[in-house]
Design a protein around this ligand. Structure first.
Ligand code: NAP
Length: 319
C-alpha cells in the first residue's frame, strides 16, 4: 500500500530526546532507527544488537550515529531506551541493562504482547525510571536489519500500555516520539491490548500457519497443485505464514490466555459455519459473508488497507 509521506522526511526543528538507544536491529528496530535518523528525532541515536552479523549490517547501512554490542554501557547514558527484540528476549535484556539505566530515563519496547513483557521488564528497572511499553501495529513478514524502512509506521496505530501510576510526562514523550514517526497513538491497559491483538493479529496468524501446514500435509493434492493454484485464496495465507518463526513462537507462548480464549470463540463459530454448510443454510452463509464484507470496507475507509483489487498486486500477477 502506498503510504502518504508528504512532508514526513522533514527534520524536526529540535530533537525530542538527547540520546536514544534501540536494542534489537531487526525489522522494527531498524525501521525506528531509519525514521529517527531521517527526522533527527534524537540528538544521538545508538543502535545495539546481540548478533555480530547484525551489528556489521547496521554499520554498513549507517543505521545510527553509533552501533555497539555493549547494551549496558550504552544504556547508562540514554534518555530513551527501546527494546525491539523478540518478546521472549525482553527479560534477559532488562536484566542486563536495567541496573545501568539512569534516573529520569524512559524504557519502552515494541513487543506484540504487553502484559507479560511488562512483567518481564519492570522488576529490573531502578526507581525513577519510567516504563512506557509500546506496540507499533505495523510490520511485514520480513525480518532483520535489511527489511526495515523509515515509513513503516506512517498512518499506523501505535498502542501504549503504561502501567498504572506511570509518570504522565514520560507517557506524553513516548506518544510524541511515535507521532513523529507518523503513527496514531492509542493508550489502553496491557490486558485489553492482549485481548484485542489476540483476535486481530495472533489468531489470524495461527490460522494462516495452520492452513498452510495442512496444505503441506495433504496427500490427495500435490504440492505443485497447491503452489500452482494458490491465487484461489491460499496465497494470501502464505504471506502471513511466512512471518518470523521466533517472533511468533514467542507471541503464542506469552499471550496464551487471550489467544486460547479467542481461539475457543473462533472454534465455536467455525463449527456453526460447518453446520450451515452441512444443512445447506445458504441464507445464513450469505448473511455472514455480507457482514464480513462490511468490515473490510471499514478497514479501507480508515486508510488501513488498499482498495485496489488483489491487495494492489500488479495485473500480471492477478488471478
Ligand atoms: P527481528 O527482525 O527478528 O529482529 C529482532 C532483533 O533482535 C534481531 O536482530 C535479533 O538478533 C535481536 N536480538 C534478539 N535477542 C537479543 C538480545 N538479547 N539483545 C539484543 N538483540 C537481540 O524482529 P522484529 O520483527 O523487528 O520484532 C521485534 C519486536 O517487535 C518483537 O517483540 C515483535 O513482537 C515486535 N513487533 C514485530 C512486528 C512485525 O511485524 N515483525 C510488528 C510489531 C511489533 P538475532 O537475529 O541474532 O536473534
Amino acid at each position: 500500500m502506498s503510504a502518504v509521506t508528504n512532508g514526513f522526511e522533514q527534520q524536526l526543528s529540535e530533537p525530542l530526546f538527547d540520546r536514544v538507544l534501540i536494542i534489537g536491529m531487526g525489522l522494527i528496530g531498524s525501521s525506528i532507527a531509519r525514521a529517527v535518523m531521517m527526522k533527527r528525532i534524537a540528538g544521538t541515536l545508538i543502535a545495539c544488537d546481540a548478533s555480530e552479523q547484525v551489528l556489521d549490517r547496521g554499520r554498513a547501512l549507517n543505521i545510527a550515529d553509533e552501533v555497539t554490542g555493549d547494551a549496558a554501557t550504552a544504556a547508562a547514558s540514554a534518555d530513551l531506551i527501546i527494546f525491539a527484540v523478540p518478546v521472549g528476549a525482553n527479560a534477559g535484556v532488562a536484566r542486563l541493562v536495567g541496573p545501568h539505566v539512569k534516573p529520569g530515563a524512559i524504557v519502552s519496547d515494541t513487543g506484540s504482547v504487553k502484559a507479560q513483557v511488562i512483567a518481564a521488564i519492570a522488576p529490573h528497572l531502578p526507581t525513577g525510571v519510567a516504563l512506557v511499553p509500546a506496540h507499533p501495529v505495523a510490520g511485514t513478514e520480513y525480518s532483520g536489519p535489511d527489511a526495515g524502512f523509515a515509513t513503516l509506521f506512517i498512518n499506523r496505530w501505535c498502542i501504549l500500555t503504561p502501567p498504572d501510576g506511570t509518570d504522565k510526562t514520560a507517557i506524553a514523550k513516548v506518544q510524541g516520539f511515535w507521532e513523529a514517526l507518523g503513527s496514531n497513538v492509542e493508550i489502553m491497559s496491557a490486558e485489553h491490548h492482549d485481548l484485542v491483538l489476540a483476535i486481530t493479529s495472533h489468531v489470524p496468524h495461527l490460522i494462516a500457519y495452520n492452513i498452510v501446514g495442512t496444505a503441506d500435509d495433504l496427500e490427495a493434492v500435490t504440492q505443485s497443485e497447491v503452489i500452482k493454484f494458490s491465487a484461489g485464496g491460499f496465497r494470501d495465507f502464505t504471506r502471513i505464514a511466512a512471518s518470523d518463526p521466533t517472533m511468533w513462537r514467542d507471541v503464542f507462548l506469552h499471550n496464551k490466555t487471550a489467544v486460547l480464549e479467542m481461539l475457543g470463540r473462533f472454534t465455536e463459530d467455525l463449527i456453526a459455519l460447518q453446520r450451515k454448510i452441512r444443512h445447506g443454510d445458504g441464507e445464513g452463509l450469505f448473511d455472514l459473508f455480507t457482514r464480513t464484507r462490511a468490515i473490510r470496507r471499514s478497514i479501507i475507509e480508515q486508510g488501513q488497507e488498499t482498495a485496489a483489487p488483489d491487495f494492489g498486486r500488479s495485473k500480471s500477477h492477478q488471478k
